[in-house]
Design a protein around this ligand. Structure first.
Ligand code: VGL
Ligand code: ZN
Length: 211
């Protein structure tokens, strides 16, 4: 059973950018209905929003002689360079128009520090700077998070693994996620999530356990 009082759904980065926009993720439009069914079913709903200034360090356009998907070394470690995406003030950063955003109790914005990327909704890429999400969940006595959204192998995976790091039970609802899958990143992410004790489920199973 899903205990509604102590559970929250975290829908990661269901934004125009990833759904046909500047960092379009294949098949991501196909998960919107499933994510909405889950948003509808859960009492506690949190959205995350990738939220970058135009001069952000993770954009290849902000580095000389670099291409999309190149990897650079930053003080906090390796950083993949992405096409400019989710730029604050553009339509690319907005949630997809069909997403049930009104149900959200909290929207966690991440990636707004120019020098630090943040795939995770808990902890930025320097692995020090906290977003405040763990404290929020703890204050609300939420102990189990169900993670869906985009991308399975980046922001979903990092959010799910950090949920475990901060002591939460965590289930990724796989058919409500869409992946980028570059250079084996999906298999790698699934392996890493398993090692962290993340559980995997399907939306039909979760919806049955709620209703
Ligand atoms: C994401 C790459 C860059 C994601 C965000 O939402 O998975 N991926 N920024
Ligand atoms: Zn980003």
């Amino acid at each position: 059973m899903v205990d509604q009082r102590t559970s929250a759904l975290i829908a990661v980065d269901m934004q125009n950018s990833f759904i046909g926009g500047n960092l379009a993720v294949l098949g991501s439009e196909l998960i919107i209905d499933t994510v909405n069914e889950l948003i509808d079913a859960f009492d506690n709903v949190i959205l995350t929003q990738d939220y970058h200034p135009a001069d952000h360090i993770c954009f290849y356009q902000n580095h000389a002689n670099k291409n999309v998907f190149d990897v650079i070394n930053l003080p906090y470690g390796k950083q993949i360079l992405w096409n400019a995406h989710c730029v604050i003030g553009t339509d690319d950063v907005n949630f997809h128009q069909n997403l049930l955003v009104d149900k959200a109790q909290l929207i966690v914005r991440k990636g707004f520090h120019r020098q630090i990327d943040s795939y995770s909704a808990f902890l930025e890429a320097d692995r020090r700077t906290k977003t405040g999400l763990a404290g929020y969940l703890q204050e609300r006595d939420i102990s189990h998070v169900y993670v869906v959204g985009i991308a399975t192998d980046f922001c979903v995976a990092w959010t799910a693994m950090d949920a475990r790091t901060f002591g939460f039970d965590c289930t990724v609802v796989m058919d409500a996620t869409a992946s980028i899958n570059i250079n084996g990143s999906l298999n790698q992410a699934i392996k890493a999530m398993k090692e962290k004790g993340v559980a995997f489920s399907q939306s039909s199973d979760i919806l049955n356990k709620i209703n």
